[in-house]
Design a protein around this ligand. Sequence first.
Ligand code: FAD
Length: 476
Amino acid sequence: MAKIVIVGAGFAGHYAALVLQDALKGRGNHEITVISRVPKFTYIPSLVWVGIGQMRAEETQFDLKPVYDKLGINYIHGTVVEVHPDPEDQYVVVNLPNGQTQNVKYDYVLIATGPYLNFPAVEGLGPEKGYTQSICTPPHATEASSKYLELVHKLEKGERAKIIIGTGHGLATCQGAAFEYICNIHNDLVDRGLRDRVELMWLSNEPALGDFGIDGLETKYKGNIFTSEDMVRYVFEQYGIRWEIRSHVRKIEEGKVHTLNLDGEEKEFEFDFAMLIPPFKAQPIKWIDKDGNDITSKVCNPAGFVKVDANYGKPYDELDGPDWPRKYQNPIYKNVFAAGIAFAPPGPLSKPGKAPDGTPIGPTPPRTGYTAELSGKAAALNIVDMIEGREPSHTASMAETPGLCVASMKNKILDGEAATIAIFPVARNRAAYPEYGRDLDNCAAEVGMAGAWFKLFLHYAFLYKLQAKPGWKLIP
Ligand SMILES: Cc1cc2nc3c(=O)[nH]c(=O)nc-3n(C[C@H](O)[C@H](O)[C@H](O)COP(=O)(O)OP(=O)(O)OC[C@H]3O[C@@H](n4cnc5c(N)ncnc54)[C@H](O)[C@@H]3O)c2cc1C
């Protein structure tokens, strides 16, 4: 009997648990335990709508325990703070909500803990100790919505306002979510008849508009090459959104952002409402060897993300598709896997830059919901391989799998709008596609109403699938 522990129940961990349970059904008496700090699954993409008051946070969530009870998966509500990976230990230490600590033994462990939102990296950043909003968690998105609606109230009384949306650090990622948010805000203000009272600005660390942390994309359009930069420029020009890119946020004061850009220019921008995505680092989990030594730096990269089967250490210009991980297995501890945002990428997808004073400015690589699911699934099936005495054989490299991002711009049935961005593969793979690193016949970037319907469909389809309701496996 094998004991499998999954830490984290987001896209990567929760989906891995469903796949694992399904794959191991009728194949021995194995024990799957999911440990999650939060007792609910959140469909994070819809927090964009929560952040402008168009959806309640509860509509993006469901309770994990009833799903796990139905499937015979153990569930522990708690926070993993240590992993003891040596063969004589193999347990995780969990802080329980009642203040007690529990050690949970494993034969295989999957780390799927997502990002730690590193607001402290920038003075004044974030809703808790700073002056900016976030839409990264249900409480943050709910608070962002109430601050946004307060501002709307003032606009209705005739006031004018400045809104800044984007990234709050030179190394932040998740530009796609911020892009959705700024477009939804624009359209909401248009619908309210208030758009002309607001200066709307996009602030980001991207080297070019439409980079999205994936080095942008190219697609074929009527015999020409059309880029995501063209698409975003067109949208921003249509929407009257000004932009300031290639920028790091140095600090934030009440109503003022201080930036530094790749040319070394220091600038200040005033705001009445700002939503800036924080930089990510890994959740604070310590790795301890059998003698009690802290070996976190051996198992993880400097940001704390767990190293897997990637080629680490190459400079950006030499990094290519084959360097991206395929099996999500730790090279030192073969029974340790990491998926979703928790695995250490081999480098950025977008071109990194430095300001003249050496400040790094360039998006770190996103690992989107779909990538998180695919990597969680590959890790789960590789654990099944190992349990049954085989070498891990399942792969889901970001350089071999597609990315699909439907960026909501306006969530309305009759006149909604979304940018549908499809890429294959996510990470450029010049070994396979020498010219662009991607198969342009399978890349697309289109703005339209169909995307808005699809985005809403995805919300319901994912919440259905991830509750393991009848036929869930049919939903990719
Ligand atoms: C506003 C927003 C919109 C987005 N929109 C899209 C989109 O449209 N499409 C898309 O593909 N992606 C989107 N993303 C990105 C997507 O949400 C992430 O890629 C995805 O959530 C990553 O999944 P994950 O499982 O790695 O991490 P998470 O979803 O963050 O899950 C991690 C889980 O681990 C738990 N956890 C953390 N630490 C511990 C611990 N120590 N012990 C126990 N449990 C722990 C957390 O509570 C959480 O449940 C969006 C992100 C944001 C912020």
